[in-house]
Design a protein around this ligand. Structure first.
Ligand code: ZN
Length: 379
């Protein structure tokens, strides 16, 4: 799932591409993509509004819109890409494949396509509070993350230490909680914990001030570096102007069985709260009192969070045969996705729909074959 750096990259690309354009039409073919309205109302409320800015809160995009002839109130679109959501800016009429579920026609002859293979992505349309840029109070309750933005000025080491001291539970699970920190998910939680040498199963409130300081520095450095590199193009993530390269610079995420970049020992993989977790057992130690199976002293309160399990044998280093099959399947899907994205970007470039320099588009393009799009497209 795209995390803070990936969504920030998409927001920056879109800002260059669509700010100033006006929405002239809407078509959708999967009503559940729309969080706030049925398709007809969504279209009626949206059409005629000009795109004023593109921002981000946690893992969601915020597309600010002006008034329309039927409604003087400014509005905002919230876009949560979830697992497989992608956004492309293409010339009007570019054939979408069967995974394109929403198209916003723009008044300048282009369109914004929302492609979502797994259909978990969600888009909401709300009245906008001009002061905050966010949906007006009460309109989008529970839609946006309430946790701190880890790259904001207010998120200091002292602030993190304070937040941690109030929380019980595994640090890995806590870092991914969007009401604790906004924008951190599986990739950057694993990477930040490795950088700060903190075991993913450590109890949050047991971390010392020095641990919190290292974790704070690690979170900010890994997220800033990933923004710089346009995010990690693992799974289905791609941005309107091309993939990221952070995946080539990750230290533990999806590197189980490979040598730790710090000590050379094998990176291990466990499952915490249902999520794959990657760490170095040598660099990231669990305190003796907290070793699995050894009750902590004094006994902590009953934990209501997700349970964790540890694989033994081959799975702890590398993958089981079932997982290998799942990974191969995902890679096949990914290849199709990349091809489709490259085809779209090539179409956009050849028509001049993108204002950015072609050099911003990385190496995915050479494999661009004739469009693999099926006739089921809705364009
Ligand atoms: Zn190590």
């Amino acid at each position: 799932m795209p995390e803070l750096p990936e969504v920030e990259t998409i927001a920056r690309d879109l800002r260059r591409l669509i700010v100033g354009a006006r929405v002239s039409g809407v078509s959708s073919n999967w009503p559940r993509t729309l969080r706030s309205h049925d398709p007809e109302t969504f279209s009626a409320v949206l059409v005629g509004r000009q795109i004023e800015s593109v921002g981000r809160r946690g893992k969601q995009l915020l597309i600010a819109l002006g008034s329309s002839h039927r409604d003087p109130a400014p509005a905002v679109l919230t876009v949560h890409l979830k697992m497989t959501g992608q956004l492309f800016v293409v010339p009007a009429g570019t054939l979408g494949d069967r995974h394109v579920h929403l198209v916003l026609a723009l008044d300048d002859g282009r369109e914004l396509q929302f492609r979502d293979m797994r259909k978990f992505g969600r888009i909401g349309l709300y009245r906008r509070d001009p002061a905050t840029g966010l949906p007006v109070a009460g309109e989008a309750a529970g839609v946006l993350a309430s946790g701190d933005e880890p790259l904001s000025d207010g998120f200091t080491a002292r602030r993190l230490a304070e937040l941690l001291s109030r929380r019980w539970g595994r640090i890995k699970t806590l870092l991914m909680n969007q009401d604790f920190l906004a924008g951190v998910g599986n990739i950057y939680a694993d990477e930040a914990l490795w950088r700060s040498r903190i075991h993913p199963l450590r109890d949050a409130h047991m971390l010392r001030p020095a641990d919190a300081r290292r974790l704070h520095a690690a979170l900010q450095s890994v997220l800033a570096e990933a923004v710089e590199r346009r995010g990690s193009s693992v799974d289905d993530y791609t941005a309107p102007e091309g993939d990221g390269s952070m995946q080539e610079h990750l230290d533990v995420y999806q590197r189980a069985g490979q040598p730790c970049h710090r000590c050379g020992r094998q990176v291990r993989r466990i499952v915490v709260g249902g999520r794959s977790t990657h760490y170095c057992g040598w660099c990231q130690r669990l305190p003796a009192g907290q070793k699995p199976g050894v009750p902590a002293e004094p006994a902590p309160p009953v934990r209501r969070g997700p349970r964790w399990t540890e694989f033994s044998g081959e799975a702890a280093l590398g993958r089981t045969r079932e997982e290998e099959a799942a990974v191969a399947d995902r890679q096949r899907r990914l290849a199709a996705t990349r091809k489709s994205a490259a085809t779209r970007r090539a179409a956009a470039r050849s028509s001049g729909a993108h204002v950015a320099a072609p050099s911003a588009v990385p190496s995915a393009a050479p494999s661009a074959a004739p469009s693999g799009a099926s006739s089921e497209g809705i364009a």
